[in-house]
Ligand binder design. Sequence first.
Ligand SMILES: Cc1cc2nc3c(=O)[nH]c(=O)nc-3n(C[C@H](O)[C@H](O)[C@H](O)COP(=O)(O)OP(=O)(O)OC[C@H]3O[C@@H](n4cnc5c(N)ncnc54)[C@H](O)[C@@H]3O)c2cc1C
Length: 470
Amino acid sequence: MLEEHLKKVLQSIVGHENYQDSKTSLLSYSYDATPGFQSFPDAVVSPRNKQEVAEIVMLCNQHNIPIVPRGSGTNLSAGTTPLYGGIVLLMKHFNKILEIDEENLTVRTQPGVVTQTLIEAIEDKGFFYPPDPSSMKISQIGGNINENSGGLRGLKYGVTRDYVMGLEVVLPNGEIIKTGGKLAKDVAGYDLTRLFVGSEGTLGIVTEATLKLIPKPETKQTMLVLYQNLDAAARSVSAIIANRIIPATLEFLDQPTLRAVEDFAQIGLPTNVKAVLIIEQDGPKTVVEHDMIKIANICKENEAVEVTLAKSNEEAEALTTARRAALSALARLRPTTILEDATVPRSEIAKMVSAIEEIAERNQVTICTFGHAGDGNLHPTCLTDIRDKEEMARVEKAFEEIFHKAIELGGTITGEHGVGAMKLPYLHLKVGKAGLDLMRNIKLAFDPNNIMNPGKVFAELDKKRVVVQK
Ligand SMILES: Cc1cc2nc3c(=O)[nH]c(=O)nc-3n(C[C@H](O)[C@H](O)[C@H](O)COP(=O)(O)OP(=O)(O)OC[C@H]3O[C@@H](n4cnc5c(N)ncnc54)[C@H](O)[C@@H]3O)c2cc1C
């Protein structure tokens, strides 16, 4: 609990109704979507505007109180677990889309807007905001920016970073800065916008964002491709790209994931095949038709046993919705679901998929794999039980081996979920000691007292999947 006088000051800033410290509230914000991490904050504070954010930050900086900014808490790297207590800064009041600028093709938004709400508002006006994490019905734009989230459309359209043009940020000393803007070109000094994107709440609090829009594609088509051989599916992915076709979506599901998804979504997906690809192309009608024929042929040449084009928008939507439900579907099977996002160059997908199978078998753990195959971004997902210490040790070992394999293949430990507290023991594998030192120095330049989301990204190097109970 915070000292009484600090509680009173915080209440005077945000109002009593926006300050919570009941046991129920603290419990509710002690964890996020990441299994195995829980730690209680001292208070949950919901500012109503940027001035209140600045006042809170100045107070916390003065008294060394950790601040954990929080959107919807759907991150999968323990990014919002308040490992060192302090306050959870809830962005729920920052929920307005401020301006859709049709001339500059931008949207100015507050960070607490739910991703899907923003996407729908944009599409209503004939524009397109591509970053579509599977969690988009719940996740918020501020969370997407701070994790640099990807999604199903990442292959063709890139990730959140590619759409953030400008930010308003409250710095850890309480100053408010604006970076970038509605500018197609801007090379005035260092690119601070990019630095904040993916910074996981460790450098400042985003209070507004200017995002890039593009015209909505004329049409789209979706295809389901079945394989009796994982390697053939992975080879098809590389072959499609090598044939100079960039589909909007190129998703992979292995058989165990497929079975769980079908059981959950009940849309008639085949469960007797070893793997499927869900492929979507969008753009002008003639281009889409041409690409889909070419893709179908490439898949058949690579041992696809069946290729089916969705016959209607509803059928297409059912396929992508089912794919988005993969994690939720798998989560029903065992008490604990640990999802990782090791990523490799897409040419190495086949090797990575077979390495994951071999590692799972050798460590006797259940790992189902699905993911954004076109991006090389796989989600090996372990179904386990966190109460079983012996099994968890094997799970840890398997994931460690998976990370090493990804790095060996020229990949990374996380493609879109961030480092948070969960993957910080492995960050050095990707960026090396000099990289880590540089990042730590950048952090200290912004936040010398380390009040912003401490214990995340690189603050601690030696702990593994710590469960900090306060
Ligand atoms: C079922 C499921 C499917 C998912 N699918 C995908 C997917 O396809 N692609 C993908 O990339 N991720 C996916 N995720 C992960 C997650 O949804 C994303 O990381 C998402 O961007 C988090 O948004 P959020 O609002 O929940 O943020 P939170 O989890 O609340 O926060 C995420 C990070 O951002 C920081 N933060 C939040 N708001 C601010 C702010 N205003 N200022 C500063 N820092 C802030 C937090 O401190 C934290 O470090 C999935 C998660 C689930 C549970």
